[in-house]
Design a protein around this ligand. Structure first.
Ligand code: I3S
Length: 128
């Protein structure tokens, strides 16, 4: 158990708000729906959260619920080509079950960090 915990903690953790859209599901193209999304990388899994619905008196942090998870084992990450989006700094994440997301952020240093951490995590999972 200790060894497992040790390996689990070797994976990077990173959290932030990124623009994302799903572009493919089960290998089929779906319509883009760009949205700023609370994104968490933890334990080799990337989780996109639903936008909290504003409601009076409610604690907004309780309403941030997971919407999609992408297991990074067997996934690929790379910079999206220009034909994939007109936006700048776009990453393309392909999960092994035919799911594809575009992830984007205007500030280069932030999206570069995500690119590095996702690349390193995927490499780590592929060659433990
Ligand atoms: O790849 P596309 O179809 O040109 O993507 C654009 C559309 O999804 C567009 O919405 P409509 O589906 O209502 O046309 C979005 O507003 C754009 O943001 C999408 O393109 P970018 O280049 O921003 O990824």
């Amino acid at each position: 158990v200790k060894i497992l915990l040790y390996f689990k903690d070797m994976f990077s953790k990173l959290t932030g708000i990124l623009n994302k859209t799903k572009v493919c599901e089960n290998g089929k193209k779906v319509r883009k729906n760009w949205a700023p999304t609370w994104t968490v990388l933890h334990g080799g899994v990337l989780t996109f959260h639903k936008d909290p619905k504003p409601s009076p008196g409610a604690n907004r942090t309780n309403q941030i619920v997971p919407e999609f998870t992408v297991d990074l084992k067997g996934a690929t990450i790379g910079w999206a080509t220009k034909d994939k989006s007109s936006k700048k700094n776009v990453l393309e994440l392909k999960g092994k079950n035919g799911v594809e997301f575009l992830i984007q952020y205007d500030i280069e240093s932030i999206i570069f960090d995500w690119h590095k951490v996702l690349t390193d995590t995927i490499r780590q999972l592929d060659h433990p």
